[in-house]
Design a protein around this ligand. Structure first.
Ligand code: IMP
Ligand code: MG
Length: 178
């Protein structure tokens, strides 16, 4: 992968993300206020920074688990096929579950993950996505909480990669090809 043919332009600042995390965590904590234990499920790898920040703002008893699905490979085009690469460690039957996703793009990943987790009969299953690109949707699905709605741009940072790079940026930037 050639990483010299693009630059990254700032799109959402670290400060805006932090403020939004606090608001989202407040709303999620209110919604699940009566839970005995919330299972926060991060979709690897893109959600690892978001889940760390969001989970620390939740005022709920929590357990954290991870699920990994196959991704875009090294390009910017979505493959419609979604496979589970790493399943949850814990049982979710009868539990409250919050799925944390980095971006809802075509919607195929979320659709597949929700169907899989619903089949395990959780008590409540909700989704929080940091970013939403509604204009790219191919499946009629949406997250219950969304950090930011963005246009059809390829973005990186705050956990999100382009060919495994740029995950460690503290903000969200858009990839601009030279
Ligand atoms: P979907 O199945 O098309 O909704 O794709 C969801 C996944 O594609 C996200 O979890 C991301 O991992 C990846 N993805 C979608 N858009 C972008 C992007 O702009 N940058 C990096 N990854 C992306
Ligand atoms: Mg992802």
């Amino acid at each position: 992968m050639d990483h010299s043919n693009y630059t990254v332009e700032p799109m959402i600042s670290a400060k805006s993300i932090a403020a939004r995390c606090e608001t989202l965590a407040g709303e999620i904590s209110d919604y699940f206020h009566d839970t005995d234990k919330l299972i926060v499920v991060g979709l690897l790898r893109g959600s690892f920074v978001f889940i760390a920040d969001l989970a620390r703002e939740l005022s709920l008893p929590c357990e954290v688990d991870f699920l990994e699905t196959s991704s875009y490979g090294n390009g910017t085009e979505s493959s419609r096929e979604v496979r589970i690469l790493k399943d949850l460690r814990g049982e979710i039957e009868g539990r409250d579950v919050l799925v944390i996703e980095d971006i809802v793009d075509t919607g195929h990943t979320l659709h597949h993950v929700k169907r899989l987790l619903e089949s395990r009969n959780p008590a409540r299953l909700k989704v929080c996505a940091l970013l939403d690109k509604p204009s790219r949707r191919e499946v009629d699905i949406s997250a219950d909480w969304i950090g930011f709605e963005i246009p059809d741009e390829f973005v990186v940072g705050y956990g999100i990669d382009y060919a495994q790079r740029n995950r460690n940026l503290d903000h969200i930037g858009k990839v601009v090809f030279k």
